[in-house]
Design a protein around this ligand. Structure first.
Ligand SMILES: Cc1cc2nc3c(=O)[nH]c(=O)nc-3n(C[C@H](O)[C@H](O)[C@H](O)COP(=O)(O)OP(=O)(O)OC[C@H]3O[C@@H](n4cnc5c(N)ncnc54)[C@H](O)[C@@H]3O)c2cc1C
Length: 338
């Protein structure tokens, strides 16, 4: 079934989130899609604990606090989030509406698309071995979406950061887990490191120092992972391999949508931040124009003007009357109706 809305926002980073607010003030509904499994984009993913000093009126605010506040601010507009999925394809209908399709086979129809995709999708760094692509989702899992699939199975988790340790602790409750990392120092929260070491002491998980050397398909549902360290090679037969090597950013499918680009950034006008394709807008780090500054506050300004541009497509017969939130009773009612 195709879901319908006025505007689809691609990217739930700070700029995508603030767009919900600016669109909402103009009675424009929206769905937001992000490849990550939580909102916040770079702020939540790359620097949740770091203070930001140049958000107007906030002397200091961390990446995660900014995300939480933006989510609270947009709550009155009841946005619909589709997380953990990438927008792969967009198609224009004869009616000039757009259909957006995601990697989880979701289709959504809207009058306008707002691309707030930052530096692109966050995608996992993969195992640098050739010819193992066909094992992905079958035996190699880069993002755990369905824990029940792993229940009672033999798992090899690889990595030394928060994701590797958090999943080691969580999955040790339902599966037989081996954790492997290049060394016995970890880049994870100290609490998680203590908990993992406790589990190892209690023999509830195995811990190995090493790296993946090769992977063989055993053709019985399992794989053999050959690991190496300075001393020896070890062979492990497991149901699933879960590598957590961090995330990287890729422009991905957006590059194939026929929009005018300049060095992987989307060209826009500075009146509405519309792209070369009418009714597709691009705001935040993903766009380029003379004088562009990749700052959150620039993205917020772009969101306000983009919303004015979307209004013309969503309500072609209506006149948009500019109103302040301080003096419009109608807007105040909307904003306090949580
Ligand atoms: C370490 C660091 C410190 C920074 N400090 C500051 C600072 O002090 N002040 C400041 O103003 N700025 C700072 N920045 C920059 C700021 O974080 C960015 O300008 C801001 O995050 C851009 O917001 P955005 O919403 O445009 O994109 P992003 O935050 O990058 O979010 C884009 C989202 O789109 C998603 N996405 C992309 N493509 C797709 C797709 N095809 N399908 C589904 N989802 C998709 C991504 O997964 C991502 O979540 C800093 C950046 C870094 C890395």
């Amino acid at each position: 079934m195709i879901e319908k809305t006025d505007v689809i926002i691609i990217g739930a980073g700070p700029v995508g989130l603030f767009s919900i607010f600016e669109l909402g003030l103009l009675n424009i509904s929206c769905h937001v899609i992000d490849n990550l499994d939580r909102p916040g984009g770079q702020c939540a993913e790359l620097y949740p604990e770091k203070p930001i000093y140049d958000i107007p009126s906030r002397i200091t605010i961390t990446g995660q606090e900014l995300t939480d506040d933006l989510l609270a601010q947009v709550k009155p507009f009841k946005p619909v989030f589709h997380l953990g999925q990438q927008v792969d394809k967009i198609t224009k209908l004869d009616s000039n509406d757009w259909i957006v399709e995601t990697s989880m086979n979701k289709s959504i129809q809207a009058r306008c698309i707002v691309i707030a995709a930052g530096a692109g999708s966050f995608v996992p760094r993969k195992i640098p071995l050739k010819n193992i692509g066909y094992l992905e989702e079958k035996n190699i899992i880069y993002a755990v979406r369905n824990k029940s699939l792993l229940e009672g199975k033999e798992l090899l988790i690889v990595g030394g950061g928060d994701s590797a340790l958090d999943w080691t602790i969580e999955l040790s409750k339902i599966a037989k887990v081996t954790l492997m990392h290049r060394r016995k120092e970890f880049k994870a929260a100290p609490d998680s490191v203590c908990k993992m070491l406790e589990l190892e002491n209690e023999k509830k998980i195995n811990f190995l120092i090493g790296q993946i050397d090769n992977i063989e398909d055993l053709n019985n549902g399992k794989i053999k992972v050959i690991t190496k360290n300075d001393e020896k090679n070890i062979e492990l037969e497991v149901d699933f391999l879960l590598p957590f090597f961090g995330l990287k950013m890729e422009i991905g499918p957006i590059a194939n949508w026929g929009l005018k680009l300049d060095k992987n950034l989307i060209k826009v006008d500075t009146e509405k931040f519309e792209t070369s394709e009418p009714s597709i807008f691009a705001i935040g780090d993903i766009n380029t124009y003379p004088g562009k500054l990749k700052l959150i506050l620039s993205g917020f300004h772009e969101a306000a003007l983009m919303a004015q541009g979307c209004f013309k497509y969503c309500f072609p017969d209506k006149k948009n009357i500019f109103r302040y939130t301080t003096s419009s009773k109608d807007l105040q009612k909307k904003l306090t109706s949580i």
